[in-house]
Design a protein around this ligand. Sequence first.
Ligand SMILES: Cc1ncc(COP(=O)(O)O)c(C=O)c1O
Length: 355
Amino acid sequence: MSVPFFDMAAEIASVRTEIDAAIARVLDSGVLIGGEEVAAFERELAVAVGVTHAVGMSSGTDALHVLAMALDISAGDEVVTTPLTFFATAGAFARLGARIVFADVDDSTLTLDPIAAQSVCSSRSRAIVPVHLFGHPADLPAVSCPIIEDAAQSIGGGALRGLAAAFSFFPTKNLGAIGDAGAVVTNDAMLADRVALLRTQGARPKYHHLAIGGNFRIDSLQAAVLRAKLAHLGQRTSARRARAERYHKIFEAAHVPSELRLPVPHPAHMYHQFVIRAPRRDELRRQLASHGIATEVYYPEPLHLQPCLEQLGYRRGSFPNAERACNEVLALPIQPSLSEDTQVQVVEMIAGFFR
Ligand SMILES: Cc1ncc(COP(=O)(O)O)c(C=O)c1O
């Protein structure tokens, strides 16, 4: 048996003709940076997400980082977020000197606990950054400071609720480019304008620098490919949700032990990942691998215990829910093309491990 965690070749093959046409269009136009492809992608993305402004960026990390720059976040400011996320969620703000203040996740959804987040907010808090982890929409805390949604894993998963959201189009994401890319979306025209300014060295017009920005542009090639793939996002989201539902049904029939927990359903869940919680997770993972079934662990170590954030003073035990999750989470294959037979085999192998 060979079940890849993510079959990139199959992913590309499913839209290859359209990707080839998009690439040819860019090469024929001779415009490789900016131009109509980027402008059209931004218009189409804004419509798809239901916002007034979308700004294409070089990556999801840069989308978060430039949002932090646009909000003038700097040393002495605090940013509240979850310890159970990809490093960039915190790194994008810490790079500007902000102090990261973590709050624990909700034990069932694994997203930032809004009450815990509210309780660590102070007059120094300049932003709250909930993460729609694995595609599950995070509940937003009732706070007065700006909410920046890390929506890297949840494109298409419902309307923008905070001030702005950052998307990642890393190739394995639900909407994946053929390299690095990202976007900022917002309904705030001034914020969108500031992000767009900072994206191109803060220059307006060219060679006249109003702000200290950088090069955070999306390539025209990536924008063109993303336009082609955006047209399929709705159908592919439905396919992911159908596979998640199928996993739930197959697991139910397989009588797995009650300590094995399935992801909590939510009508707006994007199932970027289908993450179970398993006792003896590492042993289970090795056994699945020995039978050709690939899985992943997101994330093996919470951010508050990362060596580079040691100076924040958190310890093991600071955030028990996030720490427990790091020992239990196991992401199963959930690609839109995943067959029912494969899902049955994956679940049977897991059930067999616990018998
Ligand atoms: C939750 C989260 N935040 C931020 C990022 C950063 O995105 P990128 O890899 O496009 O820089 C990712 C993706 O890797 C992510 O999963």
